[in-house]
Design a protein around this ligand. Structure first.
Ligand code: SF4
Length: 424
């Protein structure tokens, strides 16, 4: 009987992508990857340290898996494993720079064959720990050469390194061969792909679309300074999803400068206008930090007004949290935590309204939806290429089906629709 491993990740898409890569490595090494922690001999958590909330969740997940399956060995890896070893109740802690050797480290350090192994229980539905079932990711690079003052990720992940183009093409080809319709390119700083190897993101995307085209190709977050006007020509190919995630962080120049971001609010607005002009129907989503050190009420007000003007399709709003080891953690004039939370709520409300307005524009249209899974209410849930969530009733098994769907009404956080026929 093979050893059974359960994997889950906390945090960003890159962590999910790496969890999937670890699952492949364990499978190649002869392990069974299971969907339920209680069934496993070994549980692996790919941790996150981007905010104090993510760090806490990482610690909690390791503890929770230990409670759920006290007989299993526990491994923690990822960003938090690089700084928080003492807070992780794991049998083995593997920092990011040793993650690629995780399977052999597990075999060298943990006596897995000494475990008292019970029979596998019933399989649960795919949860956070399961491999992404409809939109697999391909890691194109790791690390970042920037130094945003709030960010611990570039410290933990190190310098930018690109994956070889041939490996990326082979991985995309493999996902397409396995029947996936959408592939997501991910990394810490996707826009810097190829700077160390003489390649570039534009050429990589062209090569993927020419080589083994998935029906949809999505780019994860791109830093605004990486967008050049030539870049938009990529969207002449309709397979590239009409979705750009451009992290703004703040709409106030003084705060952007303290964050060491390389643009002004006006430059960001120009980029968004150019992108929207070049790509009709484009969804622009963003990240925002509320209550950065020194942020005054006026600066927050300026940022909120700017965010309102840009009418984002969606925004992830974080209340600033100090990450020890970053320059921002030592900056003067920290904002009181309750004020950070209140400002975050205000920004979320602005984003909620603009997101709703964006989605309302699709009511009455018929678009391809990539269906994922049924929710607890029995309705199917899927995504348009704009990353708009759609819900529908259907007796059919729609998992991983790309179907034309008539979008009928606005719902909280999404749209409802009626599946009409197979996508052409
Ligand atoms: S661009 Fe800034 S926020 Fe993003 S990983 Fe690099 S340093 Fe961190």
């Amino acid at each position: 009987m093979s050893l059974r491993v359960y994997l889950e990740s906390v945090g960003c898409k890159l962590n999910q992508c790496e969890r999937d890569a670890l699952a492949r490595q364990f499978t190649e090494a002869g392990y069974d990857v299971v969907r339920c922690a209680e069934d496993a001999d070994l549980c692996v958590v790919n941790t996150c340290a981007v905010t104090h909330v993510a760090a806490r969740k990482s610690r909690q997940r390791v503890r929770a898996l230990g409670r759920a399956n006290p007989g299993a060995r526990l491994v923690a890896t990822g960003c938090y494993a690089g700084i928080g070893e003492e807070g992780l109740s794991a049998d083995l802690v593997v920092p990011n720079d040793r993650k690629e050797a995780l399977v052999s480290l597990v075999e060298a350090r943990l006596d897995l064959w000494e475990l008292d192994r019970g029979p596998a229980g019933p399989r649960a539905d795919a949860g956070e720990g399961a491999i992404s079932r409809t939109r697999p990711m391909v890691k194109i690079q790791d690390g970042c050469d920037n130094a945003c003052t709030y960010c611990i990720v570039h410290v933990l992940r190190g310098k930018q390194r690109s994956q070889p183009r041939a490996e990326i093409l082979a991985q995309v080809r493999e996902w397409v061969r396995q029947g996936y319709h959408e592939v997501v390119l991910t990394g810490v700083h996707v826009g810097s792909y190829g700077r160390d190897s003489g390649d570039g993101l534009f050429d990589l995307v062209c090569a993927i679309l020419a080589d083994s085209p998935p029906e949809r190709l999505r780019l994860s977050s791109i830093e605004p300074w990486d967008l050049t006007p030539e870049f938009y020509a990529l969207w002449e190919d309709p397979r590239l999803c009409r979705h750009l995630h451009l992290p703004l962080q703040s709409g106030c120049d003084a705060v952007l400068s303290r964050m060491n971001r390389h643009y002004s609010a006006a430059e960001f607005a120009r980029l968004v206008t150019q992108a929207r002009d070049a790509i009709p129907g484009l969804a622009v989503t963003t990240d925002l930090i509320a209550g950065f050190p020194g942020e005054t009420e006026e600066e927050h007000g300026a940022s909120a007004a700017f965010v309102e003007g840009l009418a984002f399709a969606r925004a992830h709003v974080f209340a600033y949290s100090e990450r020890p080891g970053t320059p921002a953690a030592d900056m003067p004039d920290p904002v009181d935590p309750p004020v950070r939370q209140r400002r975050a709520r205000e920004l979320r409300e602005i984003a909620r309204r603009s997101g709703e307005a964006f989605r309302r524009g699709f009511v009455g249209q018929t678009l391809a939806v990539l269906w994922e899974a049924r929710g607890p209410d029995g309705r199917w849930s899927g995504l348009t290429d704009h990353y708009v969530r759609v819900y529908a009733d259907s007796d059919e098994d729609l998992a991983n089906a790309l179907r034309l769907t008539r979008l009928t009404a606005l719902e909280p956080g999404g749209l409802s629709g009626i599946v009409v026929r197979t996508s052409g």
